[in-house]
Design a protein around this ligand. Structure first.
Ligand SMILES: C[C@H](O)CC(=O)SCCNC(=O)CCNC(=O)[C@H](O)C(C)(C)COP(=O)(O)OP(=O)(O)OC[C@H]1O[C@@H](n2cnc3c(N)ncnc32)[C@H](O)[C@@H]1OP(=O)(O)O
Length: 724
């Protein structure tokens, strides 16, 4: 608030430059909007003002309406926090004002920021300025008239694409589309905008109100066809997100009944969707992701990240080559080490294939792929390691192998070098046991495929130095991952929290519930695929190995399903060999495989857990809850043990590491919406019926009985019980 203001300067040319100031992105907080109205009123009143230029300070026009206001509304339900901007400011004051306005846009104009500019009579932008209406990613729709003015400037089809996919464009494309009137250098931006505004005032350039235009909308039938197709697509791609249909409804209203009717409809729909759980989840996820980058005693103690220019990756398997690819894509030199020429060759080829895949999908230019490969070197010994800043070990999950590698690294690497492991389960203290470098040992847990999945789980022990944590966080950001710092325990935060996910599904299968139905229920909740298809994808070897780790660490709550062993015995290994729960054929979607049913029957017979030996009958809701509530239960233990700094970190990790639907806000946020006491009572009932796997944790019991949200911070007095 201290730096927040709106400035106005009137030049001798008669142009009032109104500048929004709210660093870092000039978010449109309610005071900014109120001051904008004041400045506009003054500019309209003053005789020495002939025209207005609207701009933002600090090289950024505006990142849109202040998202904190949505969070406030979500907490209080108080809609009066929403100022009247669409009609009062954008329409009546700017667009219908008696003096012309020109937007001078630099850096970015997103959401409400772009919508203010759309209300102006012309838009001048600096090169490479980002323009977009990403409101749908926050569970709302554009609310300052964007659903009406964007189609009128760029055409219905392009506007639908930009809003439904929240896809920003650059100013150069904006110019071609008619959204931007001129692209000029940053230095000239204000000068050109001023004279453009004066030209409009003197009628040397057209005085255009976007809302009055219809020329780009196409015929009614064309526009309706575009909207119909978009509706159908949104039904399949965003079935649980009401904002998509609402956005299309608002556009349609304007196309059929005119811009003003559209603005009013938009306002009405905006007020409905802003209160949806979808918006609550997405807004929470937005802030949670940014909060995760603030780690007490690491990012707030004045440390500066050290440069990491060269990284060695040990192991060229799936993970190692994925990690190497991610580093190379950000121009970090990589030394890939393998134990023999054959494996090295294979690793190098996988990296090449990863890069080629990105080129084929249009995500990388050939030039950049070649540049990336030019900073990759394959080696069979440690001689190159004396000049690396970081090592990421990504060999198989074998304790003694990892221990000997870390002892060797201590000798081969310089003293400043960060020693990271990509283990997904093994205790970091065990990995570093035989070294005297425990302060620079850290977990860099990537998720497969490492060059695609956005999460980087950074695992620290009590001994890991803050500098090393900060360095790895910085590398994570450079390679476009979202780093989340967690404590040391079996499975760390993500795999630990989600280990009951597959187990819950297996209990249901052994209770006689159709596995394909389980997968369908979980996918309609919003996970990309169900637990059985996920197991097929990962391969059964992973299920067996990970299952053993958890059975040893948490024997009281591990369900030992014989199903995977039976599948392996029957020659199945999931997608790897085309035979899993599903049939995998090239070019077609996986199909449920009926021949797996006798194997499941055998598992049901062996476990014999169905009460009275009869398959249980459950509703879809019960199936969902029996798979996800045990996950919430484990999340409670993770919170209780201080494995994550805060509950929202676990939300981010669940969204980015497990693809938990972002519109549900993450595992803990969702659990709080469902209600801790319902979760507790259900688990308690199931634990009596089906055993200890479902037994509610002490943390959950406490919170449920005292009516405290699971996300509320744990008492500061309670020390972290992470194996640090
Ligand atoms: C009625 C209207 O139609 C409704 C709207 O306008 S809804 C808002 C639409 N706008 C958006 O969705 C844009 C959201 N912001 C972003 O995508 C990105 O922040 C950005 C591209 C603008 C900048 O990205 P980047 O430079 O990486 O900085 P980033 O770390 O994300 O943000 C910097 C800070 O600005 C804050 N911020 C960014 N946009 C904000 C916004 N619209 N409101 C409030 N705070 C915002 C962030 O929370 C962060 O705060 P922090 O430093 O305290 O954590």
């Amino acid at each position: 608030m201290a730096n927040m203001r709106v400035k106005m300067e009137v030049g001798s040319d008669g142009v009032a430059v109104i500048k929004m100031v709210n660093p870092p992105v000039n978010a449109l907080a309610p005071p900014i909007l109120a001051w904008l109205k004041e400045k506009y009123a003054e500019a309209m009143r003053r005789d020495d003002v002939k025209a207005i230029v609207l701009t933002g300070e600090g090289g950024r026009f505006s990142g849109g309406f202040d998202i904190n206001v949505f969070q406030l509304i979500h907490k209080t339900g108080d809609m009066t926090a929403l100022p009247d901007v669409s009609v009062e400011l954008v329409l009546n004051t700017i667009e219908e004002g008696k003096k012309p306005s020109v937007a001078a846009i630099e850096g970015l104009a997103l959401g409400g920021g772009l919508e203010l500019a759309l209300g102006c009579h012309a838009r001048i932008a600096a090169p490479k300025t980002q323009l977009g209406l990403p409101e749908l990613t926050l569970g709302v729709i554009p609310g300052f008239g964007g659903t009406q003015r964007l189609p009128r400037l760029v055409g219905t089809s392009k506007a639908v694409e930009m809003m439904l996919f929240s896809k920003p464009i650059m100013s150069e494309e904006g110019k071609n589309l008619g959204l931007i009137d001129a692209v000029v250098s940053s230095n000239e931006l204000l000068k050109v905008a001023r004279s453009w505004a004066l030209d409009i005032a003197k009628r040397r350039k057209p005085w255009i109100s976007s809302l009055q235009r219809t020329d780009k909308l196409g015929s009614l039938s064309e526009a309706r066809e575009i909207l119909k197709v978009a509706r159908q697509q949104a039904k399949t791609t965003a079935p649980n997100m009401p904002q998509h249909q609402a956005c299309l409804d608002a556009i349609e209203e304007g196309v059929v009944f005119g811009g003003y009717a559209g603005v009013l409809k938009e306002e009405k729909l905006f007020k409905q969707v802003v209160l949806s759980n979808t918006s609550k989840g997405l807004v929470h996820a937005f802030f949670a992701q940014r909060t995760a980058s603030k780690v007490p005693n690491v990012t707030d103690i004045g440390l500066k990240p050290r440069p990491v220019k060269k990284v060695a990756v040990i192991g060229g398997g799936l993970m190692g080559s994925g990690i190497a690819t991610a580093l190379l894509l950000s121009n970090i030199s990589v030394v890939l080490k393998e134990i023999n020429a054959e494996y090295l060759q294979k690793g190098m080829k996988t990296i090449q294939a990863n890069l080629q895949g990105l080129v084929a999908r249009g995500k990388l230019t050939l030039d950049k792929a070649q540049k990336a490969l030019s900073v990759l070197k394959g080696v069979l010994d440690y001689s190159e390691f004396k000049t690396v800043d970081m090592v990421i070990e990504a060999v198989i999950e074998n304790i003694s192998l990892k221990q000997s590698i870390f002892s060797e690294l201590e000798k081969a690497c310089p003293a400043h070098c960060i020693l990271a492991t990509n283990t997904s389960t093994i205790d970091l203290n065990v990995v570093g046991e035989k070294t005297s470098s425990k302060d620079r040992i850290i977990g860099a847990h990537f998720f497969s495929p490492a060059h695609v999945m956005p999460l980087l789980e950074i695992v620290r022990t009590h001994k890991t130095s803050p500098q090393v944590i900060l360095d790895l966080m910085t590398v994570g950001k450079i390679i476009k991952k979202v780093p989340v710092v967690v404590g040391n325990c079996t499975g760390f935060a993500v795999n630990r929290t989600f280990f009951p996910y597959t187990q819950g599904a297996h209990i249901l299968a052994n209770l006689g519930v159709d596995i394909f139905r389980i997968d369908r229920v979980i996918s309609s909740f919003g996970m990309p695929i169900g637990p059985f298809q996920l197991q097929d994808l990962a391969g059964y070897g992973v299920a067996v190995a990970v299952g053993k780790e958890f059975a040893t660490a948490f024997p009281d709550r591990t369900f030992r399903s014989p199903l995977v062993d039976l599948l392996i015995k029957n020659g199945r290994n999931g997608k790897n060999n085309g035979k899993g729960y599903y049939i995998y054929e090239k070019g077609s979607k996986p199909k449920p495989d009926p021949s797996v049913l006798p194997i499941i029957k055998e598992s049901v017979r062996l476990t014999n857990i169905a009460p009275g030996g009869k398959p249980v009958s459950l509703s879809d809701q019960e199936i969902l809850e029996m798979v996800l509530f045990p996950v919430v239960n484990e999340a409670c233990r993770v919170l209780d043990e201080g494995i994550v700094v805060r509950a929202s970190d676990l939300d981010v990790a669940s969204i980015l590491g497990m693809s938990f639907p972002s519109y549900r806000g993450g595992i803990v946020f969702w659990a709080d919406l469902v209600g801790p006491s319902h979760i507790y009572n259900s688990l308690k009932k199931w634990s009596e019926e089906y055993g200890g796997f479902f037994k509610p944790s002490k943390f959950l019991e406490d919170r449920a009985t005292k009516g405290i949200p699971l996300s509320a911070p744990t008492s500061m007095a309670q020390p972290s019980r992470a194996r640090m």
